[in-house]
Every structure is written in C-alpha cells, then in structure tokens.
Design a binder for this molecule. Structure first.
Ligand code: HEC
Length: 117
C-alpha cells in the first residue's frame, strides 16, 4: 500500500515536471519562424523589441490592450515593419490572444519570456 502511494506520488511529480517544460519553456516557440533573438527575420529581433518597449510591463500592456498597430513601438519608428503589421496582427490573434484566453500563458508571462532572451 505504502509502495503504491509512493509510486503514485512519483508519477504525478514527473507528469507535473513534464507539463512545466511543455508550457513555460515554450511560450515563444511558435514565434521563432519569424523572430530571432538578435537578428531581424520576417519580424524584428527580440533585442529590437526590448529596446523599443523598454520593459516587459510596457509590452504586456500593449498586448493586453489589443496590440493595435498605432500602439506598436517598433512599427512606430520603422516603416519597413509597419508595412508588415498585418502579418503580425494575424499572429497576435491566433498565437497570443487565443492562447491567453485558453489559459496557456498570460500576456505578462509572454512579455517576460521575450525580455529574457
Ligand atoms: C508569420 C510571422 C510571424 C510570427 C509567427 C510572429 N510574428 Fe511577431 N511580427 C511579425 C512581423 C512581420 C512583425 C513586424 C510588424 C509589426 O511590428 O507589427 C512582428 C512584430 C512583432 C512585435 C513588435 C510589434 C511592434 O511593432 O512594436 C512583437 C512584440 C511581436 N511581433 C511578438 C510576437 C510573438 C510574441 C509571437 C509569437 C507568439 C510572434 N510575434 C509571432 C511576424 C511574425
């Protein structure tokens, strides 16, 4: 009986650890087809985004308020990226807003993950 309980406890610890890496570690995984840490790809680098927003809180607030093109700080100063704003608007809907609604992560966690790069 005791042994069974121990095994059950061990299994749940492993399951929990597995879940953590699947969620917390990979929030920006789907962004990587267009974003890299230091180099611009289809979208601006995470470093450029960090410089434009200054803090994860500021970025989280813009995500949370709906990520309107007029509120985007990179697009505000970079005509090349402003032209591509529509591309990011689609990504925002599917990869960010929908996922936050589903409880996968919060706007703050996502912004922190970008600032940790
Ligand atoms: C299909 C390509 C693509 C994917 C995938 C993508 N992005 Fe973008 N992203 C862009 C483009 C293009 C821009 C430049 C347009 C703009 O600034 O709105 C951009 C800009 C941004 C900006 C800066 C906006 C600004 O102008 O201040 C942030 C922040 C951002 N993306 C976050 C993300 C995050 C987080 C993900 C993943 C959840 C993601 N992107 C996935 C293409 C993409």
């Amino acid at each position: 009986m005791k042994k069974t309980l121990l095994i059950a406890a061990a299994v749940s610890v492993v399951a929990f650890a597995g879940m953590n890496t699947a969620t917390a570690g990979d929030i920006t995984k789907k962004c990587k087809s267009c974003h890299a840490t230091s180099k611009d790809k289809v979208g601006p680098s995470w470093k450029k985004i960090q410089a434009a927003y200054g803090s994860a809180d500021t970025l989280a607030a813009v995500f949370e308020s709906g990520f309107a093109v007029d509120d985007r700080k990179v697009a505000a100063t970079d005509a090349k990226f402003k032209k591509k704003a529509k591309v990011m608007s689609g990504q925002y809907k599917n990869l960010i807003k929908k996922q936050v609604k589903k409880g996968k992560f919060t706007y703050n966690e996502l912004a922190e993950a970008i600032f940790a790069k």
